[in-house]
Ligand binder design. Sequence first.
Ligand SMILES: *Cc1c(COP(=O)(O)O)cnc(C)c1O
Length: 374
Amino acid sequence: MGPLEKRYVLAVLEARRLAMGPYGQRFEARMADLCGTRHAIAVSSGTAALHLMVRTLDLPPGAAVLTTPFSFVATANVLLYEGLHPRFVDIEPRSYNLDVSRLDAALTPAVRALLAVDVFGMPADWPALTTFAERHGLRLLDDACEGLGAAIGGKRLGCWGEAAAFGFYPNKQITTGEGGCITTDDDMLALRYRSMRNHGRANDYHMEHVRLGYNYRMDELSAAVGCAQLERLPELAARRAQVAEAYATALSSLAEDLILPAAKPGVQHQWFVYVVRLADHFAPGARDLLMERLREHGIQSAPYFPCIHLQPYYRERFGYRPGDFPVAEAVSASTLALPFFPGLTEADVHRVAEALTVLLPSLPRTPYRVFAPS
Ligand SMILES: *Cc1c(COP(=O)(O)O)cnc(C)c1O
């Protein structure tokens, strides 16, 4: 938060219009500009954005939606809100995004839509997903909550699929405290999203309710913070990229043991988190041990993500077990998010790298691994 955020928030307090006002409209216009879409509809969270997008699929209860088990739990929860069945498809081990080559095998007559995620700000393979969805007549949605500003071949996230969801929780590329946004080029969908976020009103300022709606509005204070953050996005993104660059340099000598986030040609990645993966020669449990040791060094890290299908609620309800999605599970068990935010200093990065340099050799390795003589 900087002086611009303060100025805009104070302007809201002084103007005393706290909801449905000019900052909300300005925020939406800037989001549409940034993403290159006809419409942007600001809402109260990324989850609210996803929920409205899924509800507007108008699918019958029991219909299935292809999605990834390697995401934040909200991606699948929004399907359950609408009585839909998440049909998980395993991920690709380098980008951590949906493995497009596995989609065909996951198709059943019940599958009617595809909800892909841009994991850690790395765009999913949208050209391939688009072709697949068109070929099989599936509706296509983007959970872009971690990917604001990312693009493929210059085409921004937000305009892939029929609609995209963004989230503005404090850990995202920009924040509004709590908040989210839907972007779409479809006029009819935009109209329905606007109505559904505002109690199903036919017109934002009248008391006629033509459909089942929700209160998913974004308030003016949040929108004011969002306007300032969007103006500062180039600066914030550049800082994140600098921190990522510093990590890449500081960790380059650990390449045997640590798999660093990959770049992809033609893809403009937006840094969301800095997640590293332990190489396969470490024993199961090494990642958790590393996290514990880092904590003893005063360095926070997080397991990111735990698989959705192995969350207690999903296991209990659907009977999922370890082994169901082996790639996602292996990635999930060996990845950890290092401290990462625009204010992280070069010295902080070096402290983390030094701790990792000391700790990695002490981690247990798989005993059966045969090393080629060097
Ligand atoms: C953050 C996030 C969400 C949810 O956003 P909220 O604003 O916290 O509701 C959904 N999906 C993904 C992939 C996210 O990272």
